[in-house]
Write a protein that binds this ligand. Structure first.
Ligand code: FAD
Ligand code: NAP
Length: 565
């Protein structure tokens, strides 16, 4: 029976939720307090979050929804405005706009004792109480700036902004600017400020896992592939001491192969990392390339973990600004003192403007706090409330994109509303929450208590897909051409892979996206990644499931493959 579902928010997560609910025959009503769609990516002089020049950090192939590829053949990152255009086209093609009420704020979401939900909204005509069978909260992770307090901040006489209030270079031109933090906001803002301010100083309380957004002329995130993520994470990606035993067994069992692995890595580094760095017409550029590389390595060392043990900052232009002397790096802030800011090493700076790029707080003030803050099953469902309340888009991949994750959550939520998929028992959901929490504590050890919603992209996607029934099995893949199989394994980790089989499969679209995507791993990388994957699988067969590879497909036909068209 169709359900009436309230969807809070018309950002990427809200839009895809409306679309998936419609596909399942439900009746969604979406509310957004903003005047138009786009969420974070909608530019607003006063009410937005993004700055004018903002480009997405994830490339279009990785950010697109599974059945609606972004501009064909567009490999390079979209601007925020282009991404909002993409979302607009998505709405037009799937006729979503008539289900959205803009300039309507959701003030409260309450559960009625009879199991339905009361949603209190406010628009130009006043407040309204509306009743729904279910509610999807898609109000975004990055709507509420995190503004930390520092000792003496109230004495500071200059201007303090959060990155969400930064719009364009004219705000910093000719000023002495202190930027705090180097997540992706800090990285982008520092690069732009350093090009326009009189003096730029960047304060970091720890290092950063930073990489270039573009490598060898293509977005670096196209290297996020199944092949890259197939071997168990302890083989090479993380360094948790609890995994030392497994690493030892792996090394002892496969020693000769590890030498081949190492050799291929060195070849790859030399030809595809080191040589391109030296390929510049100008000695100054070569010097800056080398310094940027060295500084990035030092920042990683100071970050307290490997690349895979924290979130990544996918733009190294701020490192280049430091390397070329356009920006100075200082440690964390000790205190503010009138016009001065004093840092942990005793040095100080007298900025005209401080830009806090210190991230966002996860808040849903219209939902009861105990409900909003409780850990959720796969970050989506509250164990006690169950299926009638879904949180969609409250996950952040360390590397990857949020919209495709939100899409998988939305597909799962919609199928559950229809009764085509059921939630597991409360005890099983709790077990999963505890398992992920334990895994997270050692896996993301460099993040130090922040960002509870951080997930490892590829296995998290696969787990959601398994719940939905849209994760392909090996037998589904082996039926395809050799070319397709190569692209499926070594090509970018696109959401379209989850439209090959299962509910609402669209195999033609999926095949076209997968086959048109480039394989960007250089040949030596492909060889050693393949080797690791095969060895990892072999070890799992020899020693048992605790040695399991990170990503694996079932050997048989997937549950839903009968529904392939
Ligand atoms: C500068 C910047 C750049 C980013 N770039 C990328 C990127 O390249 N790739 C990527 O994957 N992620 C990126 N992100 C992360 C980005 O926040 C998420 O990908 C994206 O916002 C997820 O969409 P969403 O719909 O969940 O949330 P949002 O985009 O935040 O949308 C939430 C919507 O809910 C509405 N809303 C909130 N509360 C209410 C209420 N009470 N009543 C009514 N409406 C409400 C808001 O108005 C908003 O429109 C970026 C974030 C920032 C800040
Ligand atoms: N171009 C783009 O696509 C783009 C641009 C901006 C943002 N984004 C996305 O938006 C999301 C938010 O990114 P973000 O950079 O705004 O936030 P973020 O990733 O959470 O980074 C916040 C930064 O502030 C620092 N910080 C936090 N609290 C601090 C404190 N009390 N004192 C000093 N430093 C503090 C953090 O340091 P620690 O690491 O030490 O905690 C970190 O460097 C991410 O998903 C990101 O991918 C994308």
């Amino acid at each position: 029976m169709p359900k009436r579902v309230a969807v809070v928010g018309a950002g990427p997560s809200g839009l895809v939720t409306v679309k998936e609910l419609l596909d399942e025959g439900h009746e969604p009503t979406c509310f957004d307090r903003a005047p138009d769609l786009g969420g974070v990516f909608r530019f607003g002089e006063l009410d937005g979050v993004v700055w004018k020049s903002c480009r997405l950090t994830s490339s279009p192939l990785l950010t697109s929804f599974s059945d609606f590829p972004a501009v064909p053949h567009q490999l390079m990152h979209l601007s925020a405005a282009e991404y909002v255009e993409y979302l607009g086209r998505y709405c037009d093609v799937f006729d979503l706009r008539r289900h959205i009420r803009f300039e309507t704020s959701v003030e409260a979401v309450r559960r009625d004792p009879n199991g339905t939900w009361l949603v209190c909204t406010r628009d130009a005509s006043g407040t309204h109480d509306l009743r729904f069978d279910a509610v999807a909260i898609c109000s975004g992770l990055h709507q509420h700036p995190h503004v930390p307090t520092f000792p003496g901040k109230e004495t500071y006489t200059g201007t303090v902004l959060h990155s969400a209030q930064y719009r364009r270079p004219s705000q910093v031109a000719g000023k002495r600017v202190l930027v705090v933090g180097a997540g992706e906001s800090g990285a982008d803002v520092t690069a732009e400020v350093a090009a326009h301010a009189a003096e730029t100083v960047l304060s970091l309380r720890r290092g950063v896992a930073v990489q270039a957004r573009v490598e060898l002329g293509k977005p670096r995130d196209l290297q996020t592939s199944r092949l890259m993520n197939s071997a168990a994470h302890w083989v090479s990606q993380t360094r948790n001491p609890a995994d030392d035993h497994k690493r030892r067994v792996y090394r002892r069992t496969f020693l000769p192969f590890l030498l081949v692995d190492k050799g291929l890595q060195q070849i790859s580094r030399f030809f595809f990392n080191f040589l391109p760095m030296l390929c510049a017409a100008d000695l100054g550029v070569i010097r800056a390339n080398v310094r940027t590389r060295k500084l990035s390595a030092r920042l990683l060392q100071e970050s307290g973990g490997t690349f895979n043990e924290q979130f990544g900052t996918k733009d190294d232009r701020f490192v280049r600004a430091i390397a070329t002397g356009r920006c100075r790096r200082v440690p964390g802030i000790t205190r503010f003192e009138g016009t001065r800011v004093v840092f942990d090493d005793g040095s100080s700076f007298t900025p005209d403007l401080v830009i806090l790029c210190t991230g966002f707080e996860t808040r849903t003030p219209f939902v009861d706090e105990t409900l909003a803050m409780a850990p959720r099953f796969l970050h989506t469902f509250h164990t006690e409330i169950g299926s009638s309340l879904g949180f969609i888009g409250f996950v952040r991949p360390a590397f990857g994109a949020i919209p495709p994750l939100a899409e998988l959550q939305a597909r799962w939520f919609a199928l559950i509303q229809s009764g085509r998929v059921a939630l597991p028992s409360q005890a099983e959901m709790q077990r999963s929450i505890d398992d992920w929490r334990r895994f997270r504590a050692h896996f993301f050890r460099a993040v130090k208590g922040r960002l509870d919603h951080l997930v490892e992209y590829t296995p998290f996607c696969d787990e959601l897909a398994e719940r939905i029934g849209c994760k392909p099995a090996w037998s589904d893949i082996r039926r395809e051409s050799r070319r397709f199989q190569r692209k499926f394994m070594a090509g970018p980790f696109v959401a379209a892979q989850y439209r090959l089989v299962g509910p609402h499969a669209k195999p033609e679209i999926a095949r076209a996206v997968i086959e048109s995507a480039p394989v960007v791993h250089p040949l030596p990388d492909r060889l050693y990644l393949h080797l690791r994957w095969k060895l990892s699988r072999m070890l799992c067969r020899l020693r048992g499931p605790e040695f399991a590879p990170k990503l694996e497909l079932a050997g048989h036909d997937s549950r839903w493959s009968a529904s392939r068209s």
